[in-house]
Ligand binder design. Structure first.
Ligand code: ADP
Length: 495
């Protein structure tokens, strides 16, 4: 099959979250399975043009009732096999993408012209295919930023009278990575799509007199999916549906969940500097010592280290953990014999609160910022990994943790519920520690439970680690499920 991933992020070019990891890893796995996979994303300012090849000629994109022009760069996705390379195309438009930031900056978190930027980008994907003379079987869009791709396919391309040929046999898939971000803007931006006002209603753009990009994508895509089976169910409820639960229930026959995989080349204890495995955990003890050294903690193998790597935003449960005056971090660190290590960046109030706590608690160390190197050190060296998420479409860190024998302490939500099995203190079964209510008390109790097991049932901890390290979260497994979804969609749409 010919597959085009249309996405706003892909590692190593641009990343703000799990979407970027998913797109590249899935593409590589699909290519290995023999499919012809290409990726298109914007050429953000931070992506060095020096290493890219400029395609000859400009690309004309029909938007806003006229045409706008952009350049296209290309390269091969690093990490993809020589025998089955994944081509990457980067849409170069100085006005839309020639600036710092992917969706915004710390001063302007959501660029005012984001609807324009991503409308242009989504439309450009079709013109790119025309330029290449390569028409995909599957257009795979991701989140609101490319949610217009299924809309354009349905209302401006496939079988639409007067449209240029090429996409008659193409089907569309839209993956929800995070339903919390929908791309809701004032109606004024709709004209720029170049779609008629009849489509505004037919495609479901309308949202309380605003334009909702994701909603239109959810109505228009041939199939929808999200990144874990449990999140697919949760998003159909009012509690987790972010006001789109009705749309998702309406489309439930075409909506499923496929668990993300992880990059087992990058996140693999057997390939680390100090390798270790379930059979020989001596390397993990060394990794723990290194972690303690790096963060200035006493090198003590007896004390459990609880790690955390996260965006410091409400979604991740940081309000309940670090909220001034009521968060549980203070009690956890003062009342339990443990060490706590945090790597993260995000909301200013939370960064400040974490700094404040770290300055007063000798057993809490934090690095405010983004660091791939430190994230590896924390995953490898910690004993437990805390993820008290409010919601979690899939979550990657709990899977990294499991394969590193770093037992997750998680809220039973989204992909966390699909990947972690709760501890049973009678039998020692399970791979982690879970709680249901997102309250400071529940976080405190569950961390306490894990620490209790650490000191009182080391044999359970050892067995849980072995079980966790044997789990398969490879992309091969997930890619196979995407192939099934693509095939099913082609069959249904083509009849
Ligand atoms: P989300 O996409 O909601 O942020 P995920 O768990 O799906 O959550 O993916 C987060 C990814 O970003 C993981 O690969 C995680 O290790 C990484 N990450 C988050 N914050 C940091 C940080 N401060 N430093 C390094 N890596 C981080």
């Amino acid at each position: 099959m010919k597959i085009l991933m249309v996405c706003s992020e892909a590692v190593p070019f641009a990343k703000t979250g799990g979407l970027a990891d998913m797109v590249s890893a899935l593409s590589i796995s699909l290519a290995r399975l023999g499919h012809d996979v290409k990726i298109v994303l914007p050429r953000y300012y931070s992506i060095d043009r020096g290493k890219l090849k400029l395609l000859p000629g400009a690309l004309g994109v029909p938007v806003g009732g006229g045409e706008e022009w952009c350049g296209v760069y290309s390269t091969v996705l690093p990490g993809s096999d020589k025998k089955s390379p994944v081509d990457v195309y980067l849409i170069d438009h100085e006005i839309y993408f020639g600036r710092d930031g992917i969706y915004g900056t710390s001063v302007e978190p959501d660029f005012l012209d984001n609807p324009r930027r991503f409308t242009f980008f989504s439309r450009a994907a079709f013109q790119l295919c025309r330029k290449l003379g390569w028409f995909p079987d599957v257009l795979h869009a991701h989140d609101w930023m490319s949610a217009l791709v299924p809309v354009y396919l349905k209302f401006a391309e496939r079988g639409v009278p007067g449209s240029a040929p090429g996409f008659e046999k193409t089907v569309s898939i839209l993956t929800i990575h995070n339903l919390g971000y929908q791309g809701i803007y004032s109606k004024g931006c709709y004209n720029y799509t170049g779609l008629g006002w009849d489509v505004f209603y037919k495609a479901g753009f309308e949202d309380w007199s605003m334009v909702n990009f994701l909603k239109a994508g959810l109505y228009s895509a041939d199939k929808l999916n999200t990144v874990s089976p449990n999140y697919a169910e949760e998003t159909k409820t009012a509690q987790n549906g972010f006001r789109l639960d009705g749309v998702l229930r309406y489309r439930s026959a075409d909506y499923s969940g496929i668990l993300n995989g992880i990059d087992t080349n990058v996140w693999n204890p057997q390939k680390d500097k100090v390798p270790f495995s379930a059979k020989d955990m001596s390397g993990k003890a060394l990794a723990k010592a290194e972690l303690q050294r790096r963060f200035g903690l006493p090198e003590d193998p007896e004390v459990p280290v609880v790690g955390m790597i996260t965006r410091l935003t409400e979604q991740k449960g940081v309000w309940e953990l670090f909220g001034a005056g009521h968060g549980s971090a203070w009690s956890i660190c003062t009342e339990m014999r443990l060490q706590f290590v945090l790597l993260g960046s995000g909301d200013a109030w939370c960064e400040n609160e974490v700094r404040n706590l770290a300055s007063r608690l000798p057993n809490l160390k934090a690095h405010i910022g983004y660091s791939e190197e430190l994230s590896h050190i924390i995953e490898a060296g910690s004993d437990f990994f805390l993820m008290p998420s409010r919601y979690e479409p899939c979550g990657l860190n709990q899977m990294y943790s499991l394969v590193y024998g770093t037992l997750p302490i998680v809220r039973r939500t989204g992909g966390l519920a699909d990947t972690v099995e709760n501890y049973d203190e009678e039998t020692g079964a399970g791979t982690g520690f879970m709680f249901d209510q997102l309250t400071p008390r529940a976080i405190y109790d569950t961390v306490g439970w894990a620490v209790w097991a650490w000191y009182n049932h080391p044999e359970h901890i050892a067995a849980m680690r072995e079980r966790a390290m044997g789990l398969d979260f490879s992309w091969e497994r997930s890619a196979g499920k995407y192939v099934e979804l693509y095939e099913k969609t082609c069959k249904q749409v083509r009849g």
